[in-house]
Design a protein around this ligand. Structure first.
Ligand code: SAH
Length: 813
């Protein structure tokens, strides 16, 4: 059964004229030789091949058409007297399934289509059915089409009826197979006008550019819906780890959730590398993922470093080098070594003992950017290590070679081909709704959006098998979605497949709305991962522009039964009471979990990450981390204390505030203005004027049965609802973490405001785990044309993980 999705032109993001061209008109067909050639297709054959054309004797009939994703739509179709397989236009012969240019409106380039039917209508007119090829500019790539080879077109499953006379000339379009060798590709491209290797669908099946086009020349009427075809599961020994680079990793929520998600299907992702310029975020990810190479640097410098590293590896011929012997590592192999300074160097002379680390940047902060190595000096210890520019190390090639060889073997940095999967959300502060100075005309020129370019450059260099990019949904609103177009355009130009979607964290089981945009990329011969269907009811919040509404996964679907939304109390009602002044980073739990949510989110590190590292004090013990709130200043604290303890209470409930009939607030002039102990007004002016006096957010109190809008990075109560339901404080770092689905064992580092930032920036676990599950499905060879139903819901999947983890142990015991 189809899903009954409707496609309306108005909501199509493709430029109107060519997106779904309809009956281009040519007033008087000026042709000398126009008509069908040879005999019609025998009637019984025609009726079985094109049954929708033989429904009535009327001119048109409404029929149900099945699309390539299995969805159906009602369409008014011309009815036929007979079908043909050959026709002539302007004296040129066309056969069924030939490609042709179709006349467009004045001044516009002709449309391009495959002729998939030739027929005479019941009223005697000569028609063709055209299945359109899109130019890049007619896809979501829009005005970023300069990224795509002008001869590349995209096949769609959109068909329209047009007069035979609308054909202007033949098109020679070659289909390139996804696994074609580069030279064969070149050769094929040289012998055609246009080429196609990708199918474009929008918005049904959620906008995607996929390689699974059926052989075009055989395309006939409806392309069959593919049923998931699961490849035989791999034996454990055949299964290899998927190596992951988490770019702009923050505290690592996204990659962690993805990793958990894939493990639910027995696959394994290893976050081998992570990059972030925030040192606290790096500390967090490092603690929780001790085996990850965490690089605390700017992503652009990381990109330059990757190229430098490749050159060094080439220079020293280390790739595949088994024959170069290395001296065994002495115990002083890393930076944590103790001072072994016994040799006293002669004065003024320093000798490099070994190189410890590499970076591109300005580690000495002397405004000299370049390639640097961290040097351990002979006779000196760790405290005397320095960063030296490569130019200064010209006389210690041997040390350099040794460093490169060891680094290559330990994969301290990835080379092209080493990374299977890149995930991460390049920050685009230039589009943030809060940024008033955003450059809407040339968003890519804005330095604040430059990270998107860097991200794609890294993808281009490393060529991973899969990419998953995350961003705020504003990326679809801002500057006519040019940044989205750019991201898709870059991926497609690098021969990736792409799929776009919007997911609301709340629709997957956390008590938070949080809409985010996601973009999957997959190499040409990989299966393009799907999106997961929602598992929970979610607040419908209209934060997405209309034309992209259909990207919201589950939008308009009447799919099965959804669980009730998770509520704030489900997530946090077991937390010990703390005060505005609490400064402890660790404390014991003081209550048993009272909901499934709490029980599961409190599972130990060992249960969730299978971490058998007995040395870690936290792998079994139950300590509650990060349960401390941002400390409000005295004035704010006094204000908060006076906000009553019921859901929805806010500054309007403070003394001296009047609410007019239009819901606009004002001060009660008849009473003296209430003041804090400091003398400042109890009700601050900014609260009164916020959102033109109509807002209920300043000093807003949550209820235990609330769903939080979006966990943000700054826990200020001035313009957001984040007061605890029955305590006089804002939600703590850990409470926010719970709303984002972080397991309690995921400890955070840095000052409190930094920890809030890491949580607020994170991809919700409720979303990243299902995405990981979808990736695992793709890794296992399962192909889905529509978003897939999850066999689990958050946070139950954490419990499943626990049982998966326990199996091997049970076998042993
Ligand atoms: N995906 C993460 C959240 C990342 S938020 C998660 O799920 O936890 C974006 C991160 O990008 C922030 O941590 C910020 O410090 C980092 N960042 C911003 N600009 C950067 C740059 N130029 N180079 C490296 N990191 C950057």
């Amino acid at each position: 059964m189809g899903r009954g999705n409707k496609r309306t032109e108005a909501t199509s993001p493709a430029p109107a004229p060519t997106a779904s061209p309809k009956k281009p008109k040519r007033s008087t067909p000026d042709v000398t030789d126009l008509g069908f050639l040879s005999a019609p297709v025998p009637s019984n054959q025609a009726k079985s091949r094109w049954p929708h054309r033989y429904q009535t004797k009327q001119t048109k009939a409404t029929v149900t058409v099945t699309l390539s994703d299995g969805s159906t739509e009602e369409k008014e179709l011309f009815q036929a007297k007979s079908h043909y397989t050959r026709a002539a236009v302007d004296g040129v012969e066309f056969e069924l399934f030939d490609d042709a240019y179709i006349q467009s409106s004045e001044g516009e380039p002709d449309f391009i289509a495959k002729i998939v039917e030739m027929f005479q209508t019941t009223s005697g007119e000569m028609y063709i059915c055209t299945q359109w090829f899109y130019r890049a500019k007619d896809t979501v790539i829009k005005d970023q089409d300069y990224l795509i080879d002008a001869r590349r077109v995209f096949y769609s499953d959109i068909k329209d009826d047009n007069l035979l006379s609308c054909i202007t000339r033949k098109a020679k379009i070659n289909q390139l197979a996804p696994d074609m060798a580069a030279d064969a590709r070149e050769k094929s491209m040289a012998s055609c006008d246009l080429y196609v290797d990708t199918m474009y669908t929008f918005p049904h099946a959620f906008s995607s550019l996929r390689k699974d086009i059926n052989n075009l020349s055989l395309t006939d009427e409806v392309v069959e819906t593919k049923t998931p075809d699961v490849k035989k599961p791999l034996e454990d020994s055949q299964r290899s780890e998927v190596t992951l680079l988490d770019l702009y990793c923050g505290c690592g929520a996204m990659s962690t959730g993805l990793g958990i998600g894939v493990s639910l299907l027995g696959e394994k992702i290893v976050t081998k590398w992570a990059v972030d310029f925030n040192s606290y975020a790096c500390e967090s990810i490092k603690y929780n993922h001790p085996n990850t190479e965490v690089r605390n640097e700017d992503a652009e410098n990381f990109f330059i470093l990757l190229k430098e590293w490749e050159s060094l590896c080439k220079k020293f011929n280390v790739v595949g080098s088994k024959d170069i012997e290395l001296e065994p590592q002495s115990s002083d192999s890393d930076e944590s070594e103790v001072d072994d300074g016994v040799v006293v160097p002669s004065e003024g002379e320093y000798e490099v003992q070994k190189l410890l680390a590499i970076c591109y940047g300005d580690p000495n902060q002397k405004k000299k950017t370049g390639l640097y190595f961290k040097v351990r000096w002979k006779g000196y210890g760790r405290a005397d290590d320095t960063w030296e520019p490569i130019e200064g190390l010209s006389n210690c090639e041997e040390r350099l070679q040794e460093f490169v060889l060891r680094g290559y073997r330990a994969k301290v940095l990835p080379l092209p081909g080493d990374v299977d999967f890149i995930c991460g959300g390049p920050p685009c502060q230039g589009i943030s709704g809060f940024n008033r100075f955003r450059d809407a005309l040339a968003p890519l020129k804005d330095k604040k959006n430059h990270q998107l370019v860097v991200y794609m450059n890294i993808v281009e260099f490393l060529k991973p098998r899969y990419v998953l990019m995350e961003n705020v949904t504003d990326i679809l609103k801002f500057a006519k979605a040019q940044l989205t177009s750019y991201a898709v355009g870059r991926l497609v130009s690098m021969n990736y497949q792409a799929r776009l979607g919007i997911m609301a964290a709340g629709a997957y089981g956390v008590p938070q709305c949080r809409m985010r945009f996601f973009l999957w990329g997959a190499g040409p011969t990989e299966i393009l991962p799907q999106f997961p269907l929602p598992t929970h009811e979610a607040l419908k919040k209209g934060v997405v522009v209309n034309e992209y509404k259909e990207l919201i996964i589950g939008h308009g679907d009447e799919h099965g039964q959804l669980h009730k939304s998770a509520l704030l109390g489900d997530a946090i009602s077991d937390m010990p009471a703390v005060t505005n002044d609490t400064e402890e980073d660790e404390m014991p739990y003081d209550k048993a979990p009272s909901t499934e949510y709490q029980k599961l989110i409190r599972l130990s590190r060992k249960d969730i990450f299978g971490c058998s590292d007995a040395k870690r004090k936290d792998s079994h013990k139950s300590i509650l981390y990060d349960h401390r709130p941002h400390k409000l200043n005295q004035d704010d604290y006094e204000r908060v204390c006076q906000v009553p303890k019921f859901k929805g209470a806010n500054f309007r409930n403070l003394p001296g505030v009047l609410v007019g009939p239009d819901r606009v607030v004002k001060l009660d002039e008849t009473v003296e203005r209430a003041r804090c102990t400091s003398g400042k007004p109890l009700v601050p002016d900014y609260a009164l004027s916020f959102e033109e006096g109509k807002s209920c957010k300043p000093f807003g109190r949550l209820g235990m049965d609330d769903i939080v809008a979006t966990v943000v990075t700054r826990p200020e109560p001035h313009n957001q609802v984040l007061l605890h339901p029955n305590q006089d404080r804002v939600l703590s770092v850990r409470e926010n973490a719970r709303l984002q689905g972080f397991p309690d064992c995921y400890k955070l580092f840095g000052p409190v405001r930094e920890r809030y930032m890491q949580i607020g920036n994170a991809v919700s676990f409720s979303v990243s785990m299902p995405l990981g599950y979808c990736l695992a499905k793709a890794l296992q060879g399962a192909q889905y044309t529509t978003p897939l139903s999850l066999p689990f819901k958050f946070p139950d999947c954490l419990g499943e993980l626990k049982s998966l983890r326990q199996e091997p142990e049970e076998l042993i015991s």
